[in-house]
Write a protein that binds this ligand. Structure first.
Ligand code: ADP
Ligand code: MG
Length: 277
């Protein structure tokens, strides 16, 4: 655990923990090249909760994968904690929408797994795993097998597993997209509470604008395709925030949705034009 913050605000005036500089990525397809990301530059402060929103296919997962060191960009660079990213490392952990948990292990064993890989000895890894199991409110399910847990509980295990690695940076790729609305709302509150305790730097990508506004200190909006940074919005509001029924957050959400609609209409116009040729 790194730091407790009372109001959930972002620490000010600190150096950028993550420097994404002019990142370009394209994929070679059968019928030519597909440009996924064009000139992405974003700085993320230490301890900041940054959300990236944009429609499906705008390159959100590609960018996370580049930051994680799983994909190389054609051009540009990513630095985390001053070091250039060239491969995956324990300072960056990714949590996905569908988390690959081991069904033959219990909840606690799944959380311990990464620690074991890191060479943490048995007693210590049990202690750390229990701490994070508690943090995600799953202490009663320590010895349950994965198939005995609901979708929401599985994501709790996945979150605890990611947190237990105590990475500098947590990369979250639509982690709650497969959950029902009620579980998602609950997660929004809990993730904020956890983040206020751990002080991690989080990049959270989603296509759900109100989710991004509920969670982020800042929301970066990507264009449709190729992904470019279109605009960013700062969200100043005390935490933990509710994802619904807060007029100020609803107003920011509707501004972002307005921008997104413009992008979508542009894309539709292009698609119709291509169809005629
Ligand atoms: N490995 C890949 N090979 C070819 N095309 C890819 C690959 N990964 C992603 N793409 C394409 O790049 C674009 C961006 O994808 P992605 O980053 O998954 O978007 P998002 O996460 O925003 O939905 C999409 O058009 C997708 O089809
Ligand atoms: Mg994606």
């Amino acid at each position: 655990m790194k730091k407790e913050r009372k109001d959930g605000s972002r620490p000010q005036g600190m150096m950028a923990e993550i420097e994404i500089r002019d990142v370009w990525k394209e994929f070679v397809m059968k019928d030519g090249k597909l440009s996924a990301l064009e000139g992405i530059s974003i700085g993320v402060q230490k301890g900041e909760f940054l959300c990236i929103v944009g429609p499906s296919g705008c390159g959100k997962s590609t960018l996370l994968s580049i930051i994680a060191g799983l994909t190389r960009p054609e051009k540009g660079s990513v630095r985390v904690g001053g070091r250039e990213v060239s491969e995956p490392g324990p300072d960056r952990v990714v949590m996905f929408q569908e988390s690959a948990l081991f069904p033959w292990l219990t909840a606690i064993q799944n959380i311990e797994f990464g620690l074991k890989m890191k060479g943490v000895e048995e007693k210590e890894r049990r202690r750390v795993a229990l701490k994070y199991l508690n943090l995600v409110n799953l202490e009663r399910f320590e010895n349950s097998y994965i198939h005995e847990l609901s979708g929401g509980m599985k994501q709790r295990v996945a979150l605890a597993r990611a947190l237990a690695m105590e990475p500098e940076v947590l990369l979250m790729d639509e982690p709650f997209a497969a959950l029902d609305a009620q579980s998602r709302d609950q997660f929004h509150i809990e993730l904020q509470q956890i983040w206020m305790k751990t002080g991690q730097t989080i990049i959270f990508v989603t296509h759900n604008v109100s989710e991004a506004v509920c969670l982020g200190d800042r929301v970066v909006l990507f264009t449709y395709r190729p992904g470019r940074v279109k605009k960013e919005f700062r969200v100043v509001y005390p935490r933990p925030r509710e994802s619904r029924g807060v007029p100020k957050l609803a107003a920011i959400t509707s501004r972002i949705l307005g921008e997104l609609r413009v992008e979508f209409e542009r894309y539709m116009a292009e698609a119709l034009h291509d169809g005629r040729n």
